[in-house]
Structure formats: C-alpha cells, structure tokens
Ligand binder design. Sequence first.
Ligand SMILES: [Zn+2]
Ligand SMILES: [Zn+2]
Length: 139
Amino acid sequence: MEDLEKRLEERDIRVTAVRLLVFRAMLGHPQAFSLADMEEALESVDKSTLSRTIRLFHEKLLIHSIDDGSGSIKYSVCGSDCSCCLSDLHVHFHCRRCGRTCCLEEVAIPAVQLPPGFRPEAVNFVLKGLCDRCSTGKG
Ligand SMILES: [Zn+2]
Ligand SMILES: [Zn+2]
C-alpha cells in the first residue's frame, strides 16, 4: 500500500483519489499553506471540495492550523506520531519579509504557569520577525 494511503487510513480518513491528490500537494508545499495556496496548487480541484477536504483533514488531526496573524489561517501536515495534544505542539514562525510561516517542530512551546483552575486545551504560539533565509540576506 502506498505510504500516503496508509497515513490517511491511520487518521481514519477514507482514501479517495481527490484526498490523495490534496494530501500529496500539501506534503509538497515547502511551508505552511492557506486554502488559497491549495487552490492555486490544485486548480483542477473544485473549491468547495478542497475546503471540505481541508476541514476533514483538520478534524482528523492529519494537519494542524496556525493563526499567524496574517489574516488567513495556515495549515501544516502533522508528523505521523502527532496527536495535536498540548505536548505535541510546537512553535511557529512568521516571516514579515517573505511571508512564509514555518513549523519549528524541534522547538517545543515553553511551559506556561497558569493559576489554579485553568486547563488549556490549545495554544497558538507564533513568533514573528525575519526567517533564517531573510535574516542572512539570502532570501
Ligand atoms: Zn523570510
Ligand atoms: Zn506546525
């Protein structure tokens, strides 16, 4: 079985040709993508199918969402062992120059001490500035 199909099935997503196509495009995208990025990459796919597919992938934890403050929600494919619980989440970085949003999977979100009674279920940790390419002038 193709690895991509297995990854969909592991997330309890029924494999269809369109879903495989969308998933492949997501994996091929060099940074976090928005719905508009996917529409551009997959012109042959109907827009409402595309947004439904993204919503399904998000619900099934195949991808995670990132609110980078740019006004459009970005998504990125989760690692196969990610279950999007708080301890699986990582820091994101939005570059103000090139506009890309990166998953810094190796950077864990710092632990935050909350007052008693507060139970966090989600966190959106986005740093902004210049990315590695732009800060060295190679962007
Ligand atoms: Zn940049
Ligand atoms: Zn990420």
